[in-house]
Design a protein around this ligand. Sequence first.
Ligand SMILES: *[C@@H]1O[C@H](CO)[C@@H](O)[C@H](O)[C@H]1NC(C)=O
Ligand SMILES: *[C@@H]1O[C@H](CO)[C@@H](O)[C@H](O)[C@H]1NC(C)=O
Ligand SMILES: *[C@@H]1O[C@H](CO)[C@@H](O)[C@H](O)[C@H]1NC(C)=O
Ligand SMILES: *[C@@H]1O[C@H](CO)[C@@H](O)[C@H](O)[C@H]1NC(C)=O
Length: 416
Amino acid sequence: MSSSIKNIDLKYSYDKYGNLAEMIIFSITRLLYNVFFIFATLFTKALTEKANLKQLIESPHPHECSPKETYSFSKEILFTKNSLPHLYDKSTSVQKFNNYLENFFASNNSVTRKEWDLALPTSDERQEMKQLINYLYGLYTFNEIQSNAILNSFPKLQKWVNLTFIEGKYCIIHEIIPSGCRFPRFWGYTALCARKYALKPNLHHSASHFESDGDVCNEAATIFESTGSRSLVVAGANRYAVRGDNPSSCQPSYQIADASHNNDPMFFTMNVAVHDAAKQHASKNSLPFNDTFIEWHGMAETSCLSAPIFISAGVHGNHFIYGDKNSTVNRIRDSVNKNFGSTSSAQTPHTDESCKLIASSNVFGRYVNSVPESDVCTIEAKIRDIHSQFVHIEQKHNARCSWDLWVKSINDAFPI
Ligand SMILES: *[C@@H]1O[C@H](CO)[C@@H](O)[C@H](O)[C@H]1NC(C)=O
Ligand SMILES: *[C@@H]1O[C@H](CO)[C@@H](O)[C@H](O)[C@H]1NC(C)=O
Ligand SMILES: *[C@@H]1O[C@H](CO)[C@@H](O)[C@H](O)[C@H]1NC(C)=O
Ligand SMILES: *[C@@H]1O[C@H](CO)[C@@H](O)[C@H](O)[C@H]1NC(C)=O
């Protein structure tokens, strides 16, 4: 009995050591394999990242209009954390800076619903943004001021926002340049031209549909800059940035990231802030408040067949504003038709009733036309409150790539 136990023991020990040897070999093989796998993965990842960054450096975005002034990126600019070197020299411009910032905007179908919800501004952040814009709007020049000194008074924003100044003339309020590929909050930006330099102190521009409407952000930046207008607000996300079907609670027939139809994005708050600052500035100086706010859009070639350019005051064609030869909408239409010649003609809702892109549900448009800030989702502007201070411009491809003609047209429609 005992010998059989011994035998068993022996067999057991033999199996044990045999297995151990196998296990050691197996473990070493597995370890080698794992080490190889880890290195291979890291190597592939590094290659992919390098390729992605290379692509980002070489082709910032597919710009349909091939902007004449494309900022040429150097690796240092992209790789140095939180730095914006060389952006203050004479060759720089708001359009080039816009082009640079677009690299970090949220593209079509790139954001999860959770990321979007978390990125929305808090009410404290909105409040501070309004105060910051109001403060900067009142300055005569931006020569003597520094980002840090100002932002210290805006502790909630300071974590996310920085100011870039171009020659004391422009101040651009934007998210801190990220080390990664994207701004974390999708807020877009506001550019102000200082009071001393603004040739058209009562003219403002915005673009709400990054990417999906074509190259309209670069276009709006060019027109803002080249006409000497006072402000520019650009949204930081494609209207279809959020993955899946996400109707906005503001206006359920539009998607949640559509900054023209939702009052949640910072774009709306920035526009309201500029509007209110302009109004306050006028009242302080006992001037009538009659500023114009143009929102720039691109439309499909298949939309509005008889209108290469469609200019609306945010209301249907029977409104009295279209019968006033000197209303802002009609002045722009006439100068477009003069300057664009046969290349593109402009219509209004009065001359082209078949085009439905009249922008009566545009949330900022409603605000300009006296709808209270908290009601803009659901309440239309009252007919008597609409004086074409809000102008909505839809354009097909040729028109939205004709930046020079637009600069001429806006200069003619808003003479100094
Ligand atoms: C903010 O911008 C200034 C230049 O205007 C720069 O010196 C500073 O490093 C920037 N801050 C951050 C956090 O990026
Ligand atoms: C957005 O992205 C989705 C999937 O990536 C694509 O199917 C769709 O055509 C894109 N839409 C636009 C308007 O670019
Ligand atoms: C047209 O409107 C502009 C801007 O409000 C004003 O300066 C100009 O005097 C007006 N012209 C006429 C003919 O009423
Ligand atoms: C504001 O401008 C519009 C369009 O130019 C003009 O019709 C209106 O009379 C102006 N109102 C004031 C108060 O200046």
